[in-house]
Design a protein around this ligand. Sequence first.
Ligand SMILES: O=C(O)CCC(=O)C(=O)O
Ligand SMILES: [Fe+2]
Length: 282
Amino acid sequence: MELHDLVDLGRYPIDRPDSPAYERMILDLRRELDTDGCAVLPGFVHDEGIAALVKEADKVAPNAHRSFGRTNAYFSQDDPKLRRTHPIRQFFERSNAFVPADNFPAKGPLRRIYEYPGFMPFIRAALNEPEDRFFRYDDPLADVIINVVEEGQGFPWHFDTNNFTVTLAIQNGETGGQFEYVPGLRTSEDENFEGVARVLDGDMRNVRQLELQPGDLQIFKGRYSLHRVAAVKGERTRYVGIFSFVETEGMCGGVERTKQLYGRVLQHHYDREGRRSDQLLD
Ligand SMILES: O=C(O)CCC(=O)C(=O)O
Ligand SMILES: [Fe+2]
């Protein structure tokens, strides 16, 4: 399986895991993840690869599920029993559109990157996770998707369900669309509702901002880092590819979240509801 027509393998030798260059790359990424809770690989996909990905995105964008509505950081329902200021009760406007994973064939450029045999071991090594706790997201609607964001749309503060998130910038809006995140705001043992409430309330002290360029790959721990995408402005649509990985085999999106984001839910989601190795809300 070849990847050089999409990925800059000279700069990022994910096809040569035994080389010193690979080892150096992994050490650099680990350092970045330790200090910033996030690592960026500029130009991971080269210009020609991006052209192929934009073409694929343009083709499937009409199949995106457009969803508008108010969501909290956990994509859960309101709980009127809690005090009014509790993060579960803080709802923000979200409008975006996800192209569900079943739009991306194995031979298309986006899934070819995700399913390239060396890609998962590379992401796992960068995150320094053990082999028995690292899997692709077992979600036929969400393992690899494109987030389509048009003028005026954005994605408010939230946590991902999948433990690890890898995003690939494919096309930027004219302006806006910056990514903001707070690394490690919750852990698998602690929701840290107080810390989350402070950020939702506008405390920007621990918020970091990123502006990715098309071709840049970003690795971060989406289940533990609160994050959001600023509204996009201008005519051009923002496309971001999202590849998800989890620590528990068979883990997929919950029923409520999947309904909200993809507009449908499969038997698969009911069968696996609650398959998590932590007690977090979503
Ligand atoms: O579009 C992005 O950059 C990320 C969107 C996001 O956070 C998500 O889809 O969960
Ligand atoms: Fe997210």
